[in-house]
Design a protein around this ligand. Structure first.
Ligand code: ADP
Length: 491
């Protein structure tokens, strides 16, 4: 039995994992950098351990320091969250050497799936459809150009070690190919220390559909249905939902079954996500497998009723999937939509917006789940991903979930850094979104018109209503705001 889990991560995902640990009576250890010393995830954990300076390369990514934290705090398992060390096989290997349980798959699996060239080959061998392309040994520009011509333009150049859309280039013609190749290789080398690339046919107007899978230590693999993640900006997900809208039951069944086949073929253990790209013709192809918990796991939890972090812990303890499901086939009921609330400026090319959060207020209403990492007074720094929170709208059907989520966004207040809140609301209100007509070009193709955030008047109005809800009576906004201004009142 696992008694104490060290969470090798920060922010909302650390808090999310702590919640399940608390429910299961497992103690938690948070690790933190200088930038996070006052963060809620540090305060709420049972124990905390200081790692080092704010830069991840000097704190959250330093394996020896995390190992030291484990031995000094007596943790017997590690949850890596997502990002940071979650897909570093070396970390999983070091933990296994130290006899510490890693809440993720075997190191070999992490290695195999972390290398897109090798994973494509493994999937092809297992009979899982992959996007037509080239993943041969040669990295010679002229060989790659010939292969690109064979595939037929447009093609996608992708980094083998890729992630987060880095090192990925769309190439429409032969003339563009060599310069794009050079830049993709350079970007991949800089970002991942591995400049190898491979080629894929560019699928026109695709949808991104992924399947949540779980494997236990006895070799059983099941799926917990699909998630639709087509609404993306620069290949990064912005809105995610389950079930996928307008997906025929036949394709849905096929895609979920293929995901199970993919995970079974590599003896997958724990939580994983098999990502697919679905073409307009209904053909779908394996993109990659993420060997960890995903940011968007709450939508799956909302429609299946299972706690995926609990499953990760139980599976590491050797509990079977049969026991976790109660011997029944999991079912998907209702609908859930998640949006990622970012401290970024939609008016200014979505540049991260940093600084102190003067006021953070999240909705506390039924059918809205909020997974947040910040509170009033938190600092958004340049060191980490500026995601502030995930809001998940839940409903009996898609439209109800969507409307609930809009209400949730309307009740959310963030003063300080600029956020994408109104942009997210505008996406949910767009007629094509309402119709469920999503593909990965949604945000480029449709004009999303949002109200500017941070307008002083709007801010004051919201503050006034916030204070009014707290039974402060005032005859005008200025009575509420008072001489010291809104921040003085609230912080
Ligand atoms: P990363 O690991 O960098 O996130 P993925 O392979 O998961 O890269 O792809 C991210 C996104 O890029 C996909 O969700 C999709 O929108 C787009 N994409 C990837 N491959 C293709 C392709 N062959 N054709 C069209 N779009 C693609």
């Amino acid at each position: 039995m696992i008694k104490k889990i060290l969470i090798a991560n920060r922010g909302e995902i650390s808090l999310r994992i702590q919640k399940t640990c608390r429910k299961l009576g497992i103690q938690t250890v948070a690790v933190y950098s200088d930038a996070d010393k006052d963060s809620p995830f540090v305060k709420e954990a049972d124990f905390s351990y200081y790692l080092g300076p704010p830069e991840p390369s000097r704190s959250y990514l330093v394996i020896p320091n995390i190992l030291k934290a484990i031995s000094e705090t007596g943790a017997d398992a590690v949850h890596p969250g997502y990002g940071f060390l979650s897909e570093k096989a070396e970390f999983a290997r070091e933990l296994s050497k130290a006899g510490i349980s890693f809440l993720g798959p075997k190191p070999e699996t992490v290695d195999l799936m972390g290398d897109k060239i090798r994973s494509r080959a493994a999937m092809e061998k297992a009979g899982v459809p992959v996007v037509p392309g080239y993943e041969g040994d040669s990295q010679e520009p002229n060989v790659l150009l010939k292969e690109a011509e064979k595939i037929g333009f447009p093609v996608m150049i992708k980094a083998s070690a890729g992630g987060g859309g880095k090192g990925m280039k769309r190439v429409f013609s032969k003339e563009e190919f060599l310069p794009s190749l050079e830049s993709a290789q350079r970007e991949a080398g800089n970002a991942f220390g591995d400049s190898r690339v491979f080629l894929e046919k560019y699928i026109i107007n695709p949808r991104h559909i992924e399947v949540q899978v779980f494997g236990d230590t006895s070799g059983n693999v099941i799926h917990l249905f699909e998630r639709e993640c087509s609404i993306q900006r620069r290949h990064q997900k912005v809105v995610e939902e389950s079930p996928a809208p307008n997906l025929s039951p036949e394709i849905k069944k096929k895609i979920c079954d293929v995901a199970v086949k993919a995970a079974s073929s590599i003896g997958y253990i724990g939580a994983g996500t098999v990502e697919f790209i679905l073409g307009e013709d209904g053909a779908f192809y394996f993109l990659e497998m993420n060997t960890r918990l995903q940011v968007e796991h709450p939508v799956t939890e909302s429609v299946t009723g299972f706690d995926l972090v609990e499953w990760q812990i139980r599976i590491a303890e050797g509990v079977s999937l049969e026991k976790l499901t109660g011997g029944k086939s999991p079912s998907q009921s209702g609908h859930a939509i998640e949006v990622r609330l970012y401290a970024e400026d939609p008016e200014n090319e979505f540049l991260p917006s940093i600084g102190k959060i003067e006021l953070a207020k999240f909705p506390e209403i039924q059918n809205i789940r909020v997974d947040s990492g910040v509170v009033t007074g938190s600092e958004v720094s340049l060191y980490y991903d500026p995601m502030l929170a995930k809001l998940i709208g839940i409903g009996k059907n898609r439209d109800e979930a969507r409307k609930n989520l809009i209400s949730g966004l309307e009740e959310t207040i963030i003063f300080g850094p600029t956020t994408n809140l109104n942009y997210l609301k505008a996406i949910l209100e767009h007629s094509e979104f309402i119709n469920g007509n999503t593909n990965t070009h949604f945000l480029e193709k449709h004009k999303i018109e949002w109200e500017e955030s941070g307008e002083e008047k709007e801010a004051l109005m919201k503050t006034a209503s916030f204070l009014a809800n707290r039974t402060v009576k005032a005859s005008s906004i200025w009575d509420v705001v008072g001489p010291q201004g809104i921040w003085g009142e609230l912080s």
